[in-house]
Design a protein around this ligand. Structure first.
Ligand SMILES: Nc1ncnc2c1ncn2[C@@H]1O[C@H](COP(=O)(O)OP(=O)(O)OP(=O)(O)O)[C@@H](O)[C@H]1O
Length: 279
């Protein structure tokens, strides 16, 4: 059941303008170079949503009596930073995979920027995925390629010219603070550095939407804060960011919109929300 008790008529919680607790500042020259929009408040939830779920249910054949997603309806607008939280098995990864059409809903509709994924022709799916940057817990880097090659590969496979690659790859690696590691292979990098490579790869084509599944799951708390700081700064450039996470401290500190799932159901949707589960 969606928690409507804290929501105003606009769908915002009563505490929308509550003071935001001071966040621990993390030295982060890497993201300081990103252009930052002057956004004083949460993005306006107006215009065409970037993501719309309309009564989405997903039942995997292996678990016919237990929907992974159960009648989910929600909208995410351009420029929002949204946390997706919930216990293990609550449906977060299924929701994220359904956004790139790796998973098709059993019923209901998913619309990305005006396009219904249900009626999208298969040949259009790669174009959908070009517009959605993806970051995963396990980085998914190519082990035998250098940092530069891991990022440039993402542009090569979509046919970008060598000129574009030579311009955009160093720029994005500077953005994530890895300009001195271009020639390193993943096994020569720390976990946090590897995750920054995967973020660079996800945003090098400047997608309007960035989705991250447990991006800090393998990282220590301080490195995690650096990664979240980077994601927040990417968000301030106008990119919509959706982060599935178990990281309670991060969610509680950042006070962004929180969508909470429980056994596939939408339990809570709250601006400036908290993690909110007891375990
Ligand atoms: N390919 C699959 N086939 C069958 N059942 C699946 C499949 N993928 C997920 N499930 C089931 O769907 C439910 C939701 O799983 P999902 O991975 O989306 O949850 P999650 O919230 O991402 O969990 P975690 O936090 O552990 O990653 C679980 O009951 C899971 O066992």
């Amino acid at each position: 059941m969606t928690d409507q008790t804290s929501q105003g008529a606009s769908g915002h919680p009563a505490g929308r303008h509550a003071a935001v607790p001071a966040r621990q500042q993390v030295a982060s020259q890497l993201s300081a170079s990103l252009p930052v929009l002057e956004v004083e408040d949460l993005p306006q939830q107006v215009g065409v949503p970037v993501i719309t779920f309309e009564h989405v249910t997903k039942v995997y054949p292996a678990q016919p009596k237990r929907p992974a997603l159960d009648d989910i309806s929600l909208q995410i607008y351009a420029g929002e930073f949204v946390f997706l939280v919930g216990h293990s098995g609550s449906g977060k990864t299924t929701m994220i995979r359904s956004l790139i059409r790796e998973v098709k809903p059993t019923s209901g509709r998913i619309i990305i920027a005006d396009e219904d994924l249900g009626s999208m022709r298969n040949w259009r799916v790669p174009y959908l995925r070009r517009n959605i940057g993806c970051v995963f817990q396990d980085f998914k880097l190519l082990p035998n390629k250098t940092v530069f090659e891991n990022v440039s590969f993402a542009l090569e496979v979509i046919g970008k010219s060598r000129h574009v690659i030579r311009t955009q790859v160093p720029e994005v690696l500077r953005l994530v603070g890895l300009q001195d590691k271009l020639d390193k292979r993943p096994d020569q990098l720390s976990g946090g550095e590897q995750q920054r490579v995967s973020i660079a790869r996800a945003i090098v084509n400047r997608p309007p939407l960035l989705i991250c599944d447990e991006p800090t799951g393998n990282l220590d708390p301080q490195t995690s804060r650096g990664i979240m700081d980077l994601l927040e700064r990417i968000n301030r450039t106008g990119t919509t960011v959706l982060v599935a996470t178990h990281d309670r401290e991060m969610v509680d500190n950042m006070r962004r919109r929180v969508i909470a799932l429980d056994r596939g159901r939408l339990m809570r949707d709250q601006d400036r929300g908290v993690y909110g589960f007891n375990v």
